[in-house]
Design a protein. Structure first.
Lengths: 471, 255
């Protein structure tokens, strides 16, 4: 029986051109990253440092969030807390309503994707316009991001050219990337001047100084946060760091891990609304801090590591599964390895539990993660949570719901015979037992491979015959 | 200092499907003057259940294994995957258990086979085989859990008539992943299809690996294409078997 996920995967695997496109894009990203870290010892030292910074912040999370709120409030930033995405959407809406705003211009924000903000606002008659080029493209086509830092990575140049031509018939058809970018800039420029609210995400929020840091390449983040009179920043509660001096190491490792750039074109440090003696900037700045399952993850000492993530996308770029099935097959906001650990924790194992099976546990993700999140170990832990009986010992939503009587019985049988060596007749018992685990017995293995052949004599028998000592 | 005695843990895949790899590994160790103990009560390291989330079941099997290595001797395992299970995951599996110390004791004595040959025994191999072009597939666990990715090449580098051919995407997973291959067969199939494409492109007639899980997957896919599409299939062997076959002639000639 094929699940919905497996059906999507099969479709994605059949799209040869898209797959070739992903392969090429991921190869470039991997090469770029490698070139940024010629000295492995230096890279490992920086990864340890970045991990320590993020782990330190999480260890003091409640205090740091309070400090952040106090600092920001003192500078005139209005801080809002949202436990759910619904609450976060309502907060944004009420700010919009207060200003009678009919449109919002957005810089790139994965948290706003998590909130489903665009759809929510559109239902309220408010236009939400993406200003990041990649986000702009997929918004034109009514799609969702297929990658957390390159949302339109699944689209070819030709598809984008055609899309622009279809949506803006005045613009002559061109495959010239610079011309396409220039067209998008022209369209967006007007919107920046007319929108009364701008929205952005946050990469790091510094508790010590009350500074919201934003990393970007196109300048649209700076426009969204400075041109409209009101700026709303949305972010997850885990994005806080303790000190301003924590920023340089993170800023050093983030773009190099993500796109292989030494640094991004823009780095914005937002510290409040326009002051009396200042000539520009928004007159109102809001920060929405979203929980959406994060404190639940926070309550477990092992799962907590998930929250160290700085959303660089390196794990995605290096994932042999992602490169073949693409971002949309995951059916989640965050795809790839980070999505595989984050989404089932945020939304529960019933909805996204299958993702944790879509990993060969090869470890490529954990190897490149700049904050050293042990992604394969967390996948393993979630597999445990999904079938464990003592569900009161884990905060994971829907723990134990993937435990199926037949599968459990097979593992129990296996466990029993493999711990009773005198009964352990491999050729007979175990191979037969394990065969029962194959979901659709016909074809799963042998569609593309020959069936394994059991040897005539086991190693046990052969070494015994050779007189090898057994104790 | 070279140990004079070691424990050998053969792994369930070798026991069942590739016993010749285990026999070759034992013979190589013995030829280096090391006495090999093979506890006959050994079964499986417990990894299949561990990776499927069945930790209690995995622990029960693992517990039966750790009792088999009472003496303070190295435990040599011809698999990066099973070695990785014992070395890196037993500490987690036994955390807070009464026999945690015993499990740690075992974990600390674990060596992957090629690592043991290179780093501990510092073997010096002589090649008596025919010239051959070889491709190496290093398992993800040998590469990332055990950190022994370069050992096979170091051993092959000692063999004068072996030419190592490097495939594209060398460090990428072959798509085996234990239960992954049966739970997500489509993704696994796409991965192994690419792996054999890149391996075949090297022109190597021989494939070696330190892990029989990968070999089962890759050679199974090669054989399938040989049967159905008439394509060539490089000979796939565990590194122990390959080394024994090529270097044993030296011993015979000496005597
Ligand atoms: S998990 Fe690590 S590699 Fe993946 S996006 Fe987060 S920080 Fe980057």
């Amino acid at each position: 029986m094929s699940t919905e996920f497996r059906i999507d995967v099969q479709k994605a695997l059949g799209k040869t051109e898209v797959r070739a496109h992903f392969r090429k894009a991921m190869d470039t990203l991997m090469t770029n990253r490698r070139n940024q870290f010629p000295d492995d010892a230096a890279l490992q030292a920086l990864r340890h440092q970045a991990q320590a910074i993020r782990a330190n912040a999480l260890s003091k999370l409640p205090e740091l969030l309070e400090q952040l709120e106090a600092k920001l409030t003192a500078k005139g930033v209005q801080v809002h807390w949202a436990e759910t995405t619904d609450e976060a959407n309502q907060i944004v809406l009420s700010i919009m309503q207060k200003h009678q705003a009919k449109s919002i211009i957005k810089g790139k924000s994965m948290v706003s994707e998590e909130m489903g903000l665009n759809h929510f606002l559109e239902a309220q008659g408010i236009e939400a316009l993406e200003s990041d080029l990649g986000e702009f493209i997929i918004q034109l086509d009514g799609e969702t991001p297929s990658h957390i830092i390159m949302p339109a990575i699944h689209k070819s140049k030709e598809q984008i050219s055609q899309l622009f031509h279809d949506k803006f018939p005045d613009i002559p058809y061109t495959e010239n990337v610079d011309e396409l970018t220039a067209s998008a800039r022209r369209i967006l420029r007007d919107k920046f001047y007319t929108a009364s609210v701008g929205l952005s995400g946050v990469n790091f929020a510094v508790a010590e100084t009350g500074t919201l840091c934003l990393v970007e390449n196109e300048g649209n983040g700076r426009m969204s946060t400075t041109v409209p009179p009101v700026h709303i920043a949305v972010t997850g509660i885990e994005k806080v760091v303790e000190k301003l001096s924590d920023i340089p190491p993170l800023l050093s490792i983030l773009p190099r891990s993500a796109t292989g750039q030494p640094i991004t074109t823009y780095f914005n440090m937002i510290s409040g609304p326009r002051q009396a003696d200042e000539k520009d900037g928004p007159t109102e700045v809001h920060l929405v801090l979203l929980d959406n399952g994060r404190s639940n993850i926070y309550s477990d000492p092992e799962l907590l590591a998930t929250l160290r993530c700085i959303r660089c996308g390196a794990c995605i770029n290096h994932c042999p599964v992602y490169v073949r099935i693409g971002g949309h097959s995951y059916g989640t906001v965050y795809p790839g390895p980070i999505g595989t650990i984050l989404e089932p924790q945020k939304q529960g194992l019933k909805v996204h539990g299958e993702l944790i099976q879509a990993s060969s546990l090869c470890g490529a993700c954990g190897e490149v993660c700049p904050v050293r999140i042990p992604i394969p170990n967390i996948i393993n832990r979630l597999r445990y949570d999904s079938v464990r009986k003592d569900t009161e010992h884990t905060p994971t939503f829907d723990a134990g719901t993937k435990r199926k009587p037949l599968e459990a019985a097979i593992w129990q049988g296996w466990s029993w015979s493999a711990s009773h060596p005198s009964l352990y007749n491999f050729g007979g018992t175990v191979a037969t037992q394990l065969r029962g685990l194959v979901p659709n017995k016909v074809g799963a293995w042998t569609n593309v491979r020959t069936a394994p052949q059991l040897a005539d004599k086991t190693l046990h028998q052969q070494l015994k015959a050779l007189g090898v000592d057994h104790e | 200092m070279k140990p004079d005695t070691i424990y050998f843990f053969g792994t369930c895949l070798i026991d069942l499907i590739y016993p010749q790899a285990g026999v070759s590994a034992v013979q190589l160790l013995q030829r280096e003057g090391v006495k090999v103990i093979y506890p006959q009560a050994q079964t499986c390291c417990g990894q299949p259940a561990w990776n499927s989330g069945y930790r209690d079941e995995a622990r029960k099997v693992a517990r039966a294994q750790i009792k088999l290595f009472p003496k303070d001797l190295p435990i040599v395992i011809p698999s990066g995957s099973c070695a990785g299970m014992m070395k890196t995951h037993y500490p987690e599996l036994f955390k807070g258990e009464a026999d945690e110390a015993e499990a740690l004791q075992v974990a600390n004595r674990v060596y992957e086979f090629t690592e043991f040959l290179v780093d501990v025994l510092q073997v010096d191999l002589k090649d008596f085989g025919e010239p051959v072009a070889v491709a190496v597939h290093t398992s993800c666990s040998a590469r990332r859990e055990m950190g022994v990715a370069d050992k096979i090449e170091q051993l092959l580098g000692q063999l004068s008539k072996v030419e190592v051919k490097e495939q594209a995407y060398k460090a990428e997973c072959c798509g085996f992943g234990g239960t992954f291959a049966v739970k997500q067969p489509e993704i696994s199939a796409a991965m192994v299809a690419d792996k054999i494409l890149h391996l075949r492109a090297t022109g190597a007639t021989q494939l070696v690996s330190q892990d029989c899980g990968c070999l089962l997957n890759i050679s199974g896919a090669f054989a399938y294409q040989a049967n159905h599409e008439g394509k060539t299939a490089p000979k796939a062997q565990h590194i122990a078997e390959f080394l024994w076959d090529r270097t044993q002639a030296a011993e015979e000639m000496k005597s």
